[in-house]
Write a protein of this length. Structure first.
Length: 214
């Protein structure tokens, strides 16, 4: 293991009894020398239970005290054609992931724009809304107008309650009738009452008093 944590492989390991070179050979297009690749393959056993590091055809592997199994659908790192195919496959996978990320970024941008629009409308409503001081002042003005209206109605109601009834105003039982009634009474002609006594009724001394009798 390197100082920066990167894993390294050494070509100085002892040769396995049945090395991996029985199934694999160096790739001529590899960047490493063929001798280095052969030395590494010789240190790995193929179905060799006595090798320190070994692999098997069914995917099991052993590396010192570590053991495991890995099955791949096809070769990805062995052979130039396999590596090229795996590289293209990985590029397509990355393109698909980038497409998903781009769609998500577009959705987030649209949602952010909608939120900005909503915030702008809210800010406009807040700026257009009356302040609390204006509301309190409007309430005081409305209350004063209501009180003034009630105050104007009270004198009229009091005068209506104090007005005498119609029969009383016409002089019924009043020692001082209204002026127009006195004027009407004054304008009526005074009937003259005769001073002659009324004739007595029959049977009550009419003959004795000189009244003619029938």
């Amino acid at each position: 293991m390197a100082a920066d944590g990167e894993l390294l492989i050494s070509a100085g390991m002892p040769r396995a009894a049945r090395p991996l070179t029985a199934a694999l050979r160096p790739d001529p297009a590899a960047a490493l020398p063929a001798e280095t690749v052969v030395a590494v393959l010789n240190a790995i056993g193929l179905d060799d239970p006595g090798a320190f590091t070994a692999v098997s055809a069914d995917g099991t592997w052993r590396n010192g005290p570590l053991r495991g199994r890995h099955a791949a659908r096809r070769a990805r790192h062995i052979g130039a054609a396999a590596r090229a195919a795996h590289r293209l496959e990985r590029i397509r996978e990355l393109d698909a992931e980038l497409g998903v990320l781009a769609r998500q970024a577009s959705e987030r941008a649209q949602a952010r724009a909608e939120l900005d629009t909503a915030l702008g409308r809210i800010d406009a409503l807040v700026r257009a809304a009356p302040r609390s001081a204006d509301l309190h002042a409007a309430r005081r003005v409305a209350a004063a107008a209501v009180n003034a209206s009630h105050a104007q109605r009270r004198p009229g109601r009091r005068r209506g309650r104090e007005r005498p009834p119609a029969a009383h105003s016409l002089g019924g039982g009043d020692d001082h009738p209204p002026r127009h009634v006195r004027a009407q009474r004054a304008s009526r002609p005074i009937r003259r009452v005769s001073s002659a006594p009324s004739p007595p009724r029959a049977g009550h001394g009419s003959a004795a008093r000189g009244w003619p009798t029938s």
